[in-house]
Write a protein that binds this ligand. Sequence first.
Ligand code: ADP
Ligand code: MG
Length: 259
Amino acid sequence: MTKTYTNTTQTHSPVDSAAIIATDVHKWYGNHFHVLRGVSLSVKQGEVVVIMGPSGSGKSTFIRTFNALEEFQQGSIIIDGINLSHDLKNIEEIRREVGMVFQQFNLFPHLTILQNVTLAPIWVRRWPKAKAEEVALQLLERVGILEQAKKFPGQLSGGQQQRVAIARALAMQPKIMLFDEPTSALDPEMVREVLDVMRTLASEGMTMVCVTHEVGFAREVADRVVLMSDGVLVEEGTPEVFFSNPKEERTKKFLSQIL
Ligand code: ADP
Ligand code: MG
C-alpha cells in the first residue's frame, strides 16, 4: 500500500503525520449513560484502521465524534491539527476535512445522483456548478456508476447507492474518510463492489477509519485492527496478530462469533 507520508528526515515530529489523535475521550448520553469511557486512538496519515466490536459498544458514537456529529464531554480530539472543541464550535472546518459513509447510504432521495454529489461542493465549498459537475462526473466514473448520473437514488441498487455515497463524500476532497458499517445493509452480492472501491481508495493513500466486520477486507487492507467493547478499546494489533493471535479474552470471544 502506498503511504502519502513517511517520516524519514526527522524534520517533522510524529504528531505532524497524525491525521487523528483522540486522547482519553469520554462521552455520556444524558446524565447517566457513559458510552465512551476513555478512548484513545491515533491514526497516521495514509493509515487504514478497522474498528470491530459487538453491537452497542460505542463504535458509531466514537467515529461520529471525529466529524463532529457527536459531542463529547472529556478528553481531546485533534483532526489534522484542528482541535475539536467539545461543543462543536469548529464544525464547518472539520466537516470539510472528514468525509463519512453510513450504513444506510443517507442519499437525498429527491435529488439525482449527480445532484447528490454536487450539493455540498456548491453550497459549502462555493464551487461554480460547472466545476462541481465536472468533478462529480469524474468521481462517479471512478466508482463505476457514471451512466446512473441522471437517475434518482431509489432507482439504484444498494451497492450502487453506497458507491454514490462514497463519491459524494469524496467530492468534498476530504483528508480522512470514515466508514460506519458501509456494507452491513447490502445484499451479499453487492458487498464486494463497495469493498473494491474502499480498497482502491486505501491503496491511493487515503486515511481511513472503517467500522466493519468484513474480515477479508480487514486482513487485506487494514494497517491495524481495533476491538471496541463497552465503550473502551480492548485490543489493537496488525491484522495478522489480531486475527491469529489475540491476547485478550474479549477479543477471542468476539472473533469466535464472527470467524
Ligand atoms: P455500535 O456502533 O458499537 O453498535 P453505538 O455507538 O451506536 O454502538 O451505541 C452505543 C450505545 O449508545 C448503545 O447502547 C446505544 O443504544 C446508545 N446510543 C446510541 N445513540 C444514542 C443516543 N442518541 N442517545 C442515547 N443512547 C444512544
Ligand atoms: Mg454502529
